[in-house]
Ligand binder design. Sequence first.
Ligand code: C5P
Length: 297
Amino acid sequence: MKLKFRTPAKVNLTLNILRKREDGFHELETILQMVSLYDELELESLPLGIELECDTPGIPTDETNLACKAALLLQETCRVEDRGVRIRLKKNIPFGAGLGGGSGNAAGVLMGLNRLWNLNMSREKLAILAAELGSDVPFFVTSPCALGVGRGEQLEVLAPCSKFQVLLVFPGFPIATPWVYQNLKLKLTKRENNISILRKFLSLSDIASLGSQLHNDLEPVVIQRFPEIQIIKDELQARGALGVLLSGSGSTVFGIFNDPEKARVACAGLNGEWERVVTETIGSFSEFLPGEILNYQ
Ligand code: C5P
């Protein structure tokens, strides 16, 4: 049996760091939103073993890849070492870009193998396993829009806002997440928490007001080291974006728009050699998951 489907990217509409924890992670609050840039996954049953094929240079195909780790974790947890899979991965989401591409792939493997291996695990159980793989992985099995707290793995589902456009601009270099967190200088005086304001604007689908509230505590660290990020931000702002922000720990900068044509014109007009794509917010898993996986749990 073979399953073919796509896994999306995400942006963080806000990311507030609250404090450093004893385990080295940071306590945070973030609003995550899936967007319509996709990697392509194919899962094919094998009698034994876990194989990964990916022809994108720089992407590991051994057990260090999160997609392989996801398959191994599921195999061990469900004690199905007698079942195998060949994973074929086509990357469209850049690596080290703050778009959660690898996390989405891992979540896709969990949901897909749950079907392929007939494991009958609930989304809630898959989300618990997903948290072992990375802070962003549970989001990709939970909801297209969610509030994440703790490491980012404790999620509250948020009702989808009406669709808006997210113009993603990738500067062409990756950024290592641990480096960003290590260089974070936490302020003693905290700004006012903007989560409830953002939630309100999301629920009202007020994209202009939402744009004015985008915030990421990781952004200053990244801009100080990579000044090009500020240049991209300024360009997006000048092209009429309603809000502009670094996604996660970068390196992607995004601008939001409430008109597809305006987003398209801004994308074409950006003055720089950066990779860019206009995406739309995702409102439902049915936009990218096939019925076989969707209707399974
Ligand atoms: O959870 P994940 O493997 O994606 O995290 C990658 C790195 O990012 C961690 O090793 C840690 O350095 C940092 N991180 C953090 N606090 C978080 C999430 C990630 O310090 N809440």
